[in-house]
Design a protein around this ligand. Sequence first.
Ligand code: HGY
Ligand code: MN
Ligand code: MN
Length: 419
Amino acid sequence: MNVTTGPKVDRERLWNMLSEMGDIGKNGAGRTRLALSAEDLEARRLLVRWMKELGLDVRMDACANIWGVRNGRDATERPVVMGSHIDTVRDAGMFDGVMGVLSGLAAIRAMNEANVETRRPVAVVSFTDEEGGHFLSGGLAGSRLMAGAVDLETLRSKRNAQGKSWVDALNESGFLGKDRLEPHAYLEYHIEQGPVLVDEGIQIGVVQGVVGLSWLRVAFRGEANHAGAFPMNRRHDAGLAAARAIVELNRLAFELGEGTVITPGQLAQHPNFPNIVPGEAVLTVDIRQFDPDLLERGIARLKDVVREAGECEGVATEIETLSRTQHAAFPKEMVSLVEGKAKDLGYSTRRMPSGAGHDAQIVSTLCPAAMIFVPSKDGRSHCPEEYTSPEDVGNGADVLLHCALDLARAPKALRENGI
Ligand code: HGY
Ligand code: MN
Ligand code: MN
C-alpha cells in the first residue's frame, strides 16, 4: 500500500484520547495509575469502551491483559498485535505506554475509515502491570505471565505497601478472562524516554532490541538507638550503610561502563524518626545492561558492594532478587519493516537500542516483534514533565499503522521470511 496516499491516523482525535486518559489518576502536574489500582481499573474501563466503540471484539486473558480484535479475511490466521500498557509509575507523564495502546486504536480507526480489509486479524493489547512498582513485581508482569516467563506463585508472593498480593488484586480486578491469543507479530510504539532522538533531531527511532535488567531488594539490619545519648563510634546505623551503598553503586555503574545503569530508586528507613538511629533500611536497586554476561558480572559486583557497605557499619545485609528480565534483539526483517515505512513516510530515522524495558522484549519470545520510538522532550520520562509533541505522536502512529497494515496484509516478501 502506498503510504503517502494510504490511510493516516486522526492526530487530533488521538491527542484528545491521550489527554482524556491522562486525566485519570491526575494528581497535580502528573498522574498515578499504579497497576491494578482503582485508577488503573478506571482507565481499563475507558479503554474497553473505546475498543467497543471501534467495533472490536474485546477479550481478557488469565493475566487481565485486555485485547481488542478487528477481524481479518481469514479468521484462522493469528492476529497482528499492536500494544503496550496503560498503568503508570507514580507522578507519571501522559505518554509512557498509553501512547502505544491508543495509537493502536487510532490505527484501527484509520483502517475502518478507509474500509481496509486485511488477511490477518489486527488487535490492540494493553498488558497488565508493565511498570512493576506497585507490588515490586519487577514489571512486565502481564506479558511475562502470558509468555510463561513468571508464574502465578511468584506473583502471589508480591505484595503492595498495604499487604495486598498481586494475585488478589488480579482476581478482584474484574478483568480476568479465559481467552488466550497467540500473536502472529507484535508492534510496540513508545516514547524513547531518553535523550538520543531529541539530541540528534531524529523523528523516528528504529529499535533493534531492549536491555536486560534485574531488580533487587536490599535490607540493611543494624541497631535502633537514641540519637542523642548513643555514641557515634558504637552505632550500627542501617541508614548510613544504605547511603554508603548508594554512593558505591553509582561508582560501580561508571566502572562497569558499556551503558550499564544502576538506580537505587526506593529507600525506606525504619523507624524513620528524627531522634532514632535507623535500625533498618530497605533499598531497591535496578540494574540494566545490553550484554547479558556483563549484566551478570554487574549483579555479582552489586551484591559485593552492598555487603561491603553493611560490613563497614557492622550492619547485616539481606539481598532478594525481585526480578530478572532477559534482553531481546528484534528480527532484522521487523527492524527493516519499521525503518522502511518510516522512510517511505518521509521521516528521519536512526537505529537504536532501548534502555527502557518493554513488553515487546517478552512478546518477542512468542513471535516476531519490533518497536517504534519518537522523541521525548529533553529526554525526560517517568515524571510529569514527560512530553512528546502532537506532531511526533502522529508521526509514530502513522508508522505503526503502515507496519501493521503490511503485516496484516501478509505480502509475499514478508511471508517468505516467516513474518
Ligand atoms: O522500567 C522500565 O524500563 C519501564 O518503564 N517499565
Ligand atoms: Mn512504558
Ligand atoms: Mn515506564
